[in-house]
Ligand binder design. Structure first.
Ligand code: GGG
Length: 364
């Protein structure tokens, strides 16, 4: 078998567009990836298989994905996902039936979400801040507040007295592996620093365990600066003093919220890319824009494809193609610098316009 990065390699990718704008942005990402492959002089190519799963599939079959879906995905080199959620299916059903099912079944325990500030994009911070901002949120992606533990009506109090319990699961193994991932990532960056985020003053079990594990893991990385910050204070830091952030590691819910805040500060949620990684590579990893299915603009050709294309860059990196990943990142920066901006960034460019500009700028 060929190793990743070897000339002539064909990567088998499963595309799962999902719902709403997912189809539009996954198509854009495929176009850009195929253009890169076409320009590689035969060095590599992509063999795509599309899986039409999502809420429409649920309406037809009662399931978000086929029963044997996980088996069919297991042998791909990577999964390229769009978005999940549509008004016809309750959000918790669609999310657990597709996206979270894949993440949890394939033990994609590290969710990496870079916060990128692009030229030509004016977010709420830009006017006040000339610094080159660049940080990455590492989200624990397998347990924590999204462990799916709890129940309703536990107290059996009858009509009007229903009670729900939603538990968060924190394991030493789960905390340690995502923290080591964050520290290893920090070692590859200019600013070797990891900021750990909890609410351990109020949540005295799981989050205190998190803090204890963080202190123990940090001792193995004396060359990496560390800090522990409460999530409310970190939200304020993102807005008021983000210059000294590098790698931020947090539990599933806290990192989910903070990464949305980061991308909004960078200009739009539509810019945010992410990788759901199984770092041991026992299972395929999944790459997807952070944004959801955006039913309000779905099918109109105006969705921002940059989050999906940035996720394609993360996919290339994962496949052992860092030079091509960097090429894609440069094309994104050149596109926004040239003022080709979709609606969410204050421009008028359609999804097709942005995609065409990204392909044009691959040569930059
Ligand atoms: N492309 C990401 C997506 O579809 N997200 C929908 C969502 O609600 N996600 C919740 C989560 O990130 O856990």
């Amino acid at each position: 078998t060929e190793r990743p990065g070897t000339p002539g390699q064909t990567y088998r990718i499963a595309a799962i567009p999902g719902d709403g704008v997912g189809a539009e942005v996954v198509a854009a990402g495929r176009t850009v990836l195929d253009a890169l492959a076409a320009d590689s002089a035969g060095a590599f190519d992509f063999a795509w298989t599309e899986f039409p799963w999502g809420c429409a599939h649920h309406e037809r079959t009662g399931r978000m994905m086929d029963e044997d879906g996980l088996d069919r995905l297991a042998d791909f080199d990577a999964l390229y996902f769009g978005a999940v959620g549509w008004p016809t299916v309750p959000d918790h059903v669609s999310l657990w039936g597709l996206r979270l099912r894949i993440c949890q079944s394939f033990d994609q325990w590290a969710n990496v979400r870079p916060v990128r500030f692009l030229p030509g994009v004016r977010g709420p911070l830009r006017a006040a801040d000339e610094h080159e901002l660049d940080w990455v949120v590492v989200r624990e992606n397998s347990e924590g507040e999204y462990a799916g533990l709890g129940g309703r009506n536990l107290a059996g109090r009858g009509p009007g007295g229903e009670v729900a319990v939603q538990s968060a699961l924190f394991t030493e193994v789960g905390c340690e592996r995502v923290m080591r991932y964050a520290f290893d990532l920090a070692r590859t960056r200019r600013h070797r620093k990891v900021s750990s985020v909890t609410k351990s003053n109020a949540q005295q079990y799981g989050m205190v365990l998190w803090d204890d594990v963080f202190r123990r893991v940090a001792a193995d990385y004396p060359d990496v600066e560390t800090e522990s910050v409460l999530v409310d204070a970190m939200a304020a830091r993102f807005v008021l003093r983000p210059q000294d952030l590098s790698v931020v590691v947090a539990s599933n819910l806290n990192a989910d919220i903070l990464s949305d805040l980061g991308s909004a500060l960078a200009g739009s949620l539509g810019l945010a890319a992410s990788a759901n990684l199984n770092p041991e590579r026992r299972f395929p990893s999944m790459f997807e824009p952070v944004h959801g299915s955006a039913p309000d603009i779905a099918g109109r050709g105006v969705a921002n494809p940059i989050g999906a294309v940035g996720s394609a860059a993360l996919l290339l990196d994962h496949l052992g193609r860092p030079a091509e990943a960097a090429r894609l990142e440069r094309a994104i920066a050149a596109t926004t610098a040239a003022g080709v901006l979709p609606r969410d960034l204050g421009g008028t460019a359609t999804t097709a316009d942005v995609t065409a500009a990204l392909v044009d700028h691959l040569g930059d």
